[in-house]
Design a protein around this ligand. Sequence first.
Ligand code: AMP
Ligand code: ZN
Length: 466
Amino acid sequence: MLKFHNTLTNNLEEFQPLDGNDVKMYVCGPTVWSFAHIGNFRTFVFGDVLRRYLKYKGYNLTHVFNLTDVDDRIINEAKKAGKTIDEFTAPFIEAFWEDFDALGLERPEIAPRATQHVAEMIQIIETLLENGRAYESDGSIYYRIAAFPDYGKLSKINFAGNVSGASGRVDTDKYDKENANDFALWKLVDADEPTGWDASFGRGRPGWHIECSAMAIKYLGETFDLHAGGVDLKFPHHENEIAQSEGATGKQFAKVWLHSEHLKVEGETMSKTAGNYFTFRDLIEKGYAATAIRYLLFSVPYHKQLNFTFETLDGAEQTIARLRDFRKRLQEANLPDGINTDLEGKVRGFLADFETAMDDNLNTSVALAALHNLVRETNTAMAHEVACTEDRSLILHIIDKFEAVFGIFGEPQEEILDSEIENLIEERRAARRNRNFARSDEIRDLLSEKGIVLEDTKDGVRWKRK
Ligand code: AMP
Ligand code: ZN
């Protein structure tokens, strides 16, 4: 029985979709003003594992994942670069999907962009103006939190005593929890500002929170099953999404809310502002495999903090290599016909352990332990020559089931022998001696395609498999 810890109720609850076998889910996506860092990707990998496990359980999924392509930073950065916001965000959107695919994240069914849904946002703001939950001040439109008595039900922050109205308004999208105030739904823009949309209540641009209400309702309906995002979004972003949506429709917005904890570096949240971040690209350039980065990011359950170190990333590299090697050895082993029922019983037990762990609020570390136990038991059976052909078929089938959720084995690469690598490195050395850098680069690229990374050190060239 699949259970989730629902932030809204603060309980571990059995998951029951609203509509039979169909699950509707919304995950907040990136702000495309720069390259996403691996902290962002921890949250997106969590969204992917959630997605894959729901599919594993046989649900039909509609998964919406938005791109925030307009906010203060994007507008300012675009202006500095002398570009429109679309021109400015285009390369970051392209890079984002490249990284997303490389990390083995499955594309969501719908990936809407904020700038393409401003009409839907305007409609919700109009409803809120009509029912008194929004008001105009100095040309901008604010949400009146005092008119929504449930405000605070997600973040469990007690807002009693907070001043609402002119003295308690905030214009910034990201504010801290001491500042529970009326927030901007629509910001007035100067007449000569190129980024702006016309609305019945004046030309302006949307605040950050309204986009998710508009896109979730448009694609998933007024009430839907699951809403997820990083823990920093709980307040104010998700609290505000609830206030806007429920304030406009009068119906419950999302039933279940899931929040993933942050990726930390030496105890601090990895973030652009703190400067303590690595993008996915940084790590790939250092020679790490995407599958190892993915493994690291979900190896700790989503609701626990994960501390990033290069030691653990190196460990993940070795683990991935060991797993791949195991699968290959098993595929190629010369085994006696038949089945070893003792081994069969054990490996079926590991599959059951995996499902029990994932059912328990996606406990990925215990689920991974089931995979490692399967590898250990099978290795022992192979060493004692008691693994048989039918066990092999079953074990490979179970690995495929794990893989449908974990996505860590990656595409099988064409093998290259150590001796071939050494020969190519020798040829590259000769090419460099002869100042034939074109050939030297060609060899490096060829090796890279085969998953081999070269490192030029003062003691010569070192290589490793990705
Ligand atoms: P942003 O691009 O800033 O809108 O953030 C995109 C997503 O990344 C949000 O769901 C954030 O909660 C999440 N996020 C930001 N920093 C971290 C971090 N250090 N660890 C995990 N998730 C993060
Ligand atoms: Zn959102």
